[in-house]
Design a protein around this ligand. Structure first.
Ligand code: SAT
Ligand code: MN
Length: 597
């Protein structure tokens, strides 16, 4: 061990876990570059990673074909009562789930090293930061945690002898018998996978998967599912939101926090390059925001993460040039195509496809191959500090003051380009009824429309109805200092399937209108579903877009919205009596507004 651990609770937990999981060795991570290099070298030697000749210090991994995304169907919120987890979460009683998982954990690390990763979510010197310790038998997870969190000896120092931490236990669930050769990506079959949360104890147990949010436990498991529970208890917010700073030509700063479901463009928006002259943007975070009311009564946000775990396919110099520049070095790629000259490639990269490569399943691949070369949920892991537009304040311990909340999803129809909420309660209603087509970020059907409240459907660690109430309570506390709330949909299509809106950098035109609304200088039209700009209220200078498209993007289709009502009611009915009365009222009001005229 490279350091002394004075925290007896931690020492004891590591000891007990080693006794249960029976690893060949226990290794305490120090978080250094040498440690990272060493682990990568071992994984290259073992055949589970490929070093990329074309990108300095970059590595490619290929997962097992069964282990390519989060597994919502195997994700559990294990509270004493089923109602405390609520209708949107899978639930098994803690004793039963622990019994099942303890059996799986018994001897599960045989033949492997057990790594102990002390990590901080949030800059270590931030009063909002929280410490976790992940135990894992995956060196791939260790290297990813190096990038995604502040990890290692410095966290042990911050923890001290009696500091609090969230224990996060992870195993790929693939013990090795003596002499048994390892595979490139060990994992367990689906029916043995469990991504479990015990909110009463602030405890995370994950078994059987090595991929993304299933395995990098600081991210969705801690910074969202467990953190939502802590946030409600302690009066703050843990949200699935990017954070960005927009700067007007006059130099005024606006901070925007936006919630979209996984693989709906949060990373792209977080690194937006505004197309409107004079406007600039800086990135603070691309996935998670922790927010607390500051001494001045405003809401302050930090990014608890230190890296980006972004979707590779579709990322290009057109869609997200800043991400492309972020991943030139020191990045990890998972499930991308390996080109013959030692680079990565994916569909929608904007670069010509290689004439030959190795696909994410390790097979020869050519542009004519029947299947995509990269998995649709292929990912890059890269340090946030490498982003060319990372804000100089991205690690500011106190966070940045949020002016604007944005909700949204991916929907070909119905939801217009942008809507502003009438007031906080209506904004909470917009968040609570957000809907989106499902993506490859979860194992399951892609393209199905579902309600994804606040983009938190897979990430809320308690009853979602109580989470709605928490949003209402936060609004009451924030009062006139509350951020304005908007709903956007960049993904409208024509009946023939063409995009109505160009998106990406052009989204700055919509953001500009939001800022002008905050400043009280832009008009808005009152409609039954909220406040909308007219085409003249949006800065469309220099944008080549058909007037018909704009009209369609800003049209409120009353009949289509009336047809939405039964689904909204069904969605809310799932929560029974627990649904806040103030949201029930919002449904009635919307129905009345739609009914009129
Ligand atoms: O795999 S992750 O959960 O980290 C990515 C996502 O779904 O947002
Ligand atoms: Mn996410």
């Amino acid at each position: 061990m490279a350091y002394e651990v004075k925290n007896q609770r931690l020492v004891q937990w590591v000891h007990e876990t080693a006794a249960l999981c029976q690893p060949e060795a226990v290794y305490w991570c120090e978080g250094s570059q040498a440690e990272y290099d060493n682990l990568m070298a071992q994984m290259v030697a073992a055949g589970s990673a490929v070093q990329l000749k074309q990108r300095p210090n970059c590595f490619l991994f290929r997962s097992d074909p069964s282990d390519v995304a989060r597994v919502e169907a195997r994700t559990y919120i294990s509270t004493p009562g089923k109602d405390d987890a609520g209708p949107t979460n899978n639930w098994i009683a803690p004793d039963e789930l622990k019994g099942t998982m303890r059996k799986l954990y018994r001897g599960c690390m045989a033949g492997r090293t057990m790594y102990v990763i002390p990590f901080s979510m949030g800059p270590i010197d931030s009063p909002m930061a929280k410490i976790g310790v992940e135990i894992t038998d995956s060196p791939y997870v260790v290297c990813n945690m190096h990038i995604m969190t502040r990890a290692g000896a410095k966290v042990i120092d911050a923890l001290g002898p009696d500091g609090d931490f969230v224990p996060c236990l992870h195993s790929v669930g693939a013990p090795l018998a003596p002499g048994q050769p390892d595979v490139a990506w060990p994992c367990a079959p689906m029916e043995q996978k469990y991504i479990s949360h015990f909110p009463e104890e602030n405890l995370i147990w994950s078994f059987g998967s090595g991929y993304g949010g299933n395995a990098l436990l600081g991210k969705k498991c801690f910074a969202l599912r467990i953190a939502t529970v802590l946030a409600r208890r302690e009066g703050w917010m843990a949200e699935h939101m990017l954070i960005l700073r927009l700067i007007s030509p006059a130099g005024k700063q606006y901070h925007i926090a936006a919630a979209f479901p996984s693989a709906c463009g949060k990373t792209n928006l977080a690194m937006i390059q505004p197309t409107i002259p004079g406007w600039q943007a800086e990135c603070i975070g691309d996935d998670i925001a922790w927010m607390k009311i500051g001494p001045d009564g405003r809401l302050y946000a930090i990014n608890p993460e230190a890296g980006f775990f972004g979707v590779a396919p579709g990322t290009s110099y057109q869609s997200n040039p800043m991400a492309m520049d972020t991943i030139r070095e020191n990045a990890i790629f998972t499930n991308c195509v390996l080109t013959d000259d030692g680079d990565v490639w994916w569909e929608g990269m904007g670069a010509p496809a290689p004439t030959h490569g190795i696909d994410w399943k390790g097979r020869d691949w050519t542009p004519g191959s029947p299947e995509p070369g990269a998995h649709p949920n292929a990912r890059f892991t890269a340090p946030a500090a490498q982003c060319p537009v990372i804000s100089s304040d991205w690690e500011k311990p106190a966070g940045v003051p949020i002016d604007i909340f944005v909700f949204g999803g991916r929907r070909a129809g119905v939801a217009p380009l942008v809507t502003e909420a009438f007031d906080w309660d209506h904004g909470v209603f917009l968040g609570a009824t957000a809907s989106s087509e499902t993506t490859a970020a979860n194992i399951g059907a892609v393209g199905n429309l579902r309600r994804d409240p606040f983009a938190m459907q897979p990430f809320c660690g308690y009853n979602m109805a109580d989470y709605f109430q928490h949003w209402l309570d936060m609004g009451d506390r924030l009062g006139s200092q509350a951020p304005r709330i908007f709903y956007v949909n960049w993904f409208r299509k024509t009946p023939a399937g063409q995009w109505l809106w160009p998106g990406y950098g052009e989204n700055s035109r919509v953001l500009k209108w939001m800022c002008e609304r905050v400043d009280g200088v832009a008009p808005a039209q009152e409609t039954p579903i909220g406040l909308l700009p007219s085409a003249a209220d949006l800065d469309l200078d220099g944008l080549d877009i058909a007037p018909d498209n704009i009209r369609e993007l800003l049209r409120v289709d009353r009949a289509a919205w009336q047809a939405e009502m039964p689904d909204i009611e069904k969605h809310f009915a799932r929560f029974g009596d627990r649904l806040p009365e103030r949201l029930r009222l919002q449904v009635q009001r919307l129905a009345a507004r739609l009914g009129r005229g």
